[in-house]
Design a protein around this ligand. Structure first.
Ligand code: SF4
Ligand code: SF4
Length: 109
């Protein structure tokens, strides 16, 4: 059993447009995010597929596995973007995403 609330959530991966500088992708020698899991937004930025053009309930990162609010994981966790890593359980972004999925906010994770 784990105390990590993200493993039974995944709401932020199915709510926000997850964008990043293209240099974070494998298209750059120092990038980590698999390029084929992203799509371009403009000449400088890309987004995780499934989070850019899709809206509402269909918005969901291509790398997210499992069911939101039940059991979830990121298939590229070790290679995820700085954007992904900037959201923390219990912060305001987390609360916004969880509310959109009818999940209660997290306090003191
Ligand atoms: S940061 Fe918050 S919204 Fe994102 S997966 Fe973790 S608990 Fe859920
Ligand atoms: S790459 Fe992973 S952490 Fe980032 S939005 Fe997608 S599933 Fe979530």
């Amino acid at each position: 059993m784990t105390d990590n609330p993200c493993l039974t959530c995944g709401a932020c991966c199915a709510y926000f447009r997850v964008s990043m500088y293209w240099g974070e992708t494998s298209a750059h020698p120092n990038g980590t995010v698999p390029e084929h899991l992203t799509e371009p937004i403009n000449p400088h930025y890309v987004a995780m597929r499934g989070t850019h053009t899709t809206q509402g309930a269909a918005k969901r990162c291509i790398a997210l596995r499992g069911n939101v609010g039940e059991q979830t994981s990121c298939e590229i966790y070790a290679h995820r973007s700085s954007t992904c890593a900037s959201v923390h359980a219990g912060d305001s972004q987390c609360a916004k995403a969880r509310a959109a999925h009818h999940l209660p906010p997290i306090f003191n994770p």
